[in-house]
Design a protein around this ligand. Structure first.
Ligand SMILES: Nc1nc2c(ncn2[C@@H]2O[C@H](COP(=O)(O)OP(=O)(O)OP(=O)(O)O)[C@@H](O)[C@H]2O)c(=O)[nH]1
Ligand SMILES: [Zn+2]
Length: 373
């Protein structure tokens, strides 16, 4: 998969990459960050007008539905395309389809691969894909040969989220006494492609752990965990989880690199800005083209098996985490609720999670008054 990691790197820098699928070559350009010059270059290099590829979540906001994960909207061949229009269509907060684009079609393999690369690169999930015209093929091949354009198989790129089970690398570890759990050890795991790192915090004396190990799966939240943001409850949940696990005789907290429910910090900040204009936490993500929760817990299952943990008592209010562990073959013998404080700032966020995403938060939403622990 080495080429795929390089492709993700190029995409993150805003460069195009070439996807090949059988005899078809497709130039892919991230919408995020493209300027008018970049658009002109793409069209000139491919010798064809591009299509805009968006997720089905974004398409639904445009009032259309498609029986596919993503849609391809071909640009009408004569239409002049500006970055402003493109951005408005791909992730603007007043979604409407522009006549510049023809009716949506189901995305083909290269289009799906393009979107997978955008998501893996933590960019807005929108891409321009341009089929390389016959007359442009030799020039494009020359760019590949001289190393200024990376070429990867669409078939491989579409699978860029698949972590190779069991190949997670246990990299380093150290004793880190915590304010709420003096006997703690941090173990760092690196994903096989080297892109993400996750930490297992081992609390207490492993020899004395219960048979069903107290476990917290905690998705990273820079704003909440580090700075005590009042927009969410993450920071308090994190510290409370450490204290609770310690009080339960020890266990594990997996600190997962899944910032912003998996959409990354840049997109989470964009989503917060949208929330300030009235969208709730789930709708804001959808405006950007994301589903309600982009997290995948297979990496947590891998970490647990590397640590030899089979049976757990899970600290969470999120039924998806329980389901994901069970699906991964982990026995969840019990669930323990874990609440942060309800405040005026996070009330709307927690209500949306409870009402729209099935989080088990009745007690905190009904039982606590604003500002109290
Ligand atoms: N996209 C997005 N992510 C958010 C927002 N607020 C918080 N987050 C992220 O949501 C995730 C919350 O993680 P967790 O606390 O582990 O998970 P949870 O789904 O709330 O489940 P439990 O806390 O286990 O009940 C973190 O990755 C945060 O960065 C938001 O408004 N938008
Ligand atoms: Zn948070």
């Amino acid at each position: 998969m080495h080429q795929i990691e390089r492709a993700i790197f190029d995409i993150r820098r805003g460069f195009p990459v070439l996807l090949h699928d059988g005899g078809t070559d497709v130039l892919v350009q991230p919408v995020e960050g493209v300027d008018d010059g970049g658009l002109d270059d793409l069209i000139a290099t491919a010798g064809e007008s591009p299509s805009l590829v968006i997720s089905r979540y974004r398409l639904a906001l445009l009032g259309e539905d498609i029986a596919a994960e993503a849609a391809r909207l071909p640009l009408t061949s004569s239409a002049p395309l500006s970055v402003r229009c493109l951005n408005a269509l791909a992730f603007g907060d007043q979604p409407r389809r522009l006549r510049l684009f023809r009716a949506p079609q189901a995305a083909e393999l290269a289009d799906l691969a393009a979107l997978a690369l955008m998501r893996r690169a933590l960019l807005i999930p929108a891409a321009l894909t341009a089929r390389v015209a016959a007359k442009a093929k030799s020039r494009v091949q020359q760019l590949v040969t001289e190393g200024s354009l990376l070429s990867v198989a669409a078939e491989k790129a579409v699978r860029c989220f698949e972590t190779s089970t069991g190949l997670l690398k246990r990299v380093s570890e150290a004793r880190i006494p915590l304010a709420d759990a003096h006997e703690s050890r941090f173990i760092l795991f690196r994903e096989p492609d080297g892109l993400r790192e996750h930490v297992a915090v081992m609390i207490g004396d492993v020899e004395r752990w219960r048979d069903a190990v107290p476990l917290r799966l905690h998705s990273a939240c820079l704003t909440g965990d580090l700075f005590g943001s009042l927009r969410c409850d993450c920071g308090e949940q994190l510290r409370k989880a450490v204290a609770d696990i310690d009080a339960m005789g020890g266990g594990v907290l997996l600190y997962l690199a899944q910032e912003g429910r998996g959409i990354g910090l840049a997109n989470k900040l964009r989503a917060y800005a949208l929330q300030d204009t009235g969208f709730d936490t789930l709708d804001a993500d959808q405006v950007l083209g994301f589903g309600e929760d982009e997290r995948d817990y297979r990496v947590a299952v891998d970490m647990l098996s590397a640590l030899g943990i089979q049976r757990v008592q899970l600290l969470t209010n999120n039924p998806r985490k329980i389901d994901a562990l069970i699906e991964g073959g982990i026995e969840v013998v019990d669930r323990q609720a874990l609440y942060g404080r309800l405040t005026d700032h996070n009330h709307r966020y927690l209500s949306a999670k409870a009402e729209r995403a099935g989080h088990l938060l009745d007690e905190v939403l009904n039982g606590h008054s604003s500002g109290q622990a």
